[in-house]
Design a protein around this ligand. Sequence first.
Ligand SMILES: Nc1ncnc2c1ncn2[C@@H]1O[C@H](COP(=O)(O)OP(=O)(O)OP(=O)(O)O)[C@@H](O)[C@H]1O
Length: 194
Amino acid sequence: MLLLQQLAQSRGGRLLFEGLDLALHPGELLWVQGANGSGKTSLLRLICGLSGPRAGRVHVEPELLYLGHNPGLKEVLTVIEQLCSSAALAGHPCSAAEALAALAPVGLRELAGQRLARLSAGQRRRAALARLWLPHVAPLWVLDEPVGALDAAMVDRLAQRLDRHAREGGSVVFTSHQPLPLKQPVRTLQVGGH
Ligand SMILES: Nc1ncnc2c1ncn2[C@@H]1O[C@H](COP(=O)(O)OP(=O)(O)OP(=O)(O)O)[C@@H](O)[C@H]1O
């Protein structure tokens, strides 16, 4: 599902990592670890093709869903508009009923018509994460700090969703500065040290 071969990246003239080899298979969860500034986000952006490597190559099969460090939501849109438009942009359009159903587990169903500009940080994160509850999503999920700003109950619900995705044959690459309460086995990858 994801293959990294001899991957290297540098930012601002500093080498972040090199010689990185990894094969992630269906059903596997990968926790990318490292100190602030070690290169976790840089690695995730490489995996998503948002930046090019200094050396090596990335192969994704068949497609991925990326939720970045910053939820990157359009403030003028309502919660449901944002969810439907991001799904459509990713090539997996959803119906209004499917979007409402995906907003329920993140606790935003009642706020479906609210503009994102009027949501709290945690609610915005929940709005971005609602994508993971839509019926048609890419099998590889790349999540940068998905639990940032989430309360404990939502962290538990997200972990349950990731566990289910893995049990169903999906894969997840995620960064987090805290362990997630996952039940499925989790592989780890340490970034940095250069
Ligand atoms: N646009 C940029 N130009 C130059 N250097 C950058 C740029 N973006 C990031 N960097 C540098 O690249 C390094 C790695 O950044 P990155 O965001 O990948 O770290 P991270 O491990 O995700 O950190 P954090 O845990 O704080 O989110 C940092 O030292 C940072 O200063």
